[in-house]
Write a protein that binds this ligand. Structure first.
Ligand code: HSE
Length: 332
């Protein structure tokens, strides 16, 4: 049995989802020969560190009761740098202004020789190549499946399953909030403000929902795809972005009468990144509804491959994080 020690930095919906999935997948992990031992958890209130392994059930319960797991005086960077472990799971809230605190946490992890698995989009949308280089310079792995498409394994699909193919272009729907709003407006003829409120209640919208509806969240995800797949050095400022705020019920109605839907489509080809509302035929593979995400990848050998699934949610995002952890455990 290989023991893999990890820290979880950020213990909100995603961090707790990771803890829950580690607990529920013990038997599976043991069958794979992997024993995951969480030696540190950090949230905005402080840290808990236990070199023998934290009782995750207890940590989740304490977080629920008191709002924090904080149990000792160590700071986050002390935990990342000073506690012996293998993988840092970085799941702090995202910032697309400066990428912090995630950016600093990830760079510290690499510098102290730890692999990083993250769901945090901001640092990757701003400083992807710097992070990738820091991982390479320190001989560790950098895995970020959960940053784009939640549970949908876009990077695994492209880098592992489609290895050998040249990726010609990728298009998709990468924001569940916008997809939910457009779906509800078209199907139920509900007003924009009301459906936006519903999306917020579902817990899928960003803390500031203008990031969703102005297309900024989609642009960040598209940038991560372009950098990862095409080796670009783009930031979200390089994306031509139009959001969904100007789409009227009349436009949706007109599209519907002609058997079309209006969707916020992200498109990456080598050298061009666009996020904009587009007409999509109702039977098209990109015509997924509700909060679903979809990515359609055009390749030279395999042709077009389209995958769809849940783009947000605690356990769904944890699914991608767990898969990255298992990848590192198997390959390190
Ligand atoms: N606000 C995002 C969305 C959350 O609606 O897709 C997942 O990144």
């Amino acid at each position: 049995m290989k023991t893999v020690r990890l820290s979880i930095i950020g213990f909100g919906a995603v961090g707790q989802g990771v803890a829950r999935s580690i607990l529920s997948k013990q038997e599976y992990l043991h069958k794979q020969g992997i024993d995951l031992c969480v030696v540190g958890i950090a949230d905005s209130g402080g840290c808990e560190v236990n070199k023998q392994g934290i009782d995750l059930k207890n940590a989740i319960a304490r977080k629920k009761q008191t709002g924090t797991v904080a149990a000792d005086s160590d700071g986050v960077l002390d935990l990342i740098n000073g506690t012996d472990h293998d993988i840092v799971v970085e799941a702090t809230p995202t910032s697309i202004k400066d990428g912090e605190p995630g950016l600093g946490n990830m760079l510290s992890a690499f510098e102290s020789g730890k692999h990083v698995v993250t769901s945090n989009k901001g640092p990757l949308a701003l400083r992807f190549s710097e992070l990738k280089e820091a991982a390479e310079d320190n001989g560790v792995m950098f895995r970020y499946e959960a940053t784009v498409g939640g549970a949908v394994p876009i990077f695994n699909l492209i880098h592992e399953a489609l290895a050998g193919n040249t990726i010609v272009g990728i298009e998709g729907i990468l924001n569940g909030t916008c997809n939910y709003i457009l779906t509800r407006m078209a199907e139920e003829r509900m007003p924009y403000e009301l459906v936006l409120k519903e999306a917020q209640e579902l817990g899928i919208a960003e803390a500031d929902p203008t990031y969703d509806v102005e297309g900024i969240d989609s642009a960040c995800k598209l940038v991560i795809i372009a950098n990862s797949v095409f080796g670009d050095n783009a930031t979200y400022h390089d994306v031509d972005v139009t959001g969904i705020t100007k789409i009227t019920p009349e436009a949706l109605e007109l599209a519907n009468e002609n058997n079309y839907l209006i969707k916020l489509i992200c498109e990456a080809t080598e050298g061009k990144l666009t996020v904009a509302p587009r007409l999509v035929p109702k039977r098209h593979p990109l015509a997924v509804g509700g909060t679903l995400n979809v990515a359609s990848i055009q390749t030279d050998l395999a042709g077009r491959i389209t995958i769809s699934g849940k783009g947000a949610g605690s356990i769904e995002t944890a699914s991608s994080i767990l898969s990255d952890i298992v990848f590192i455990a198997r390959n390190s």
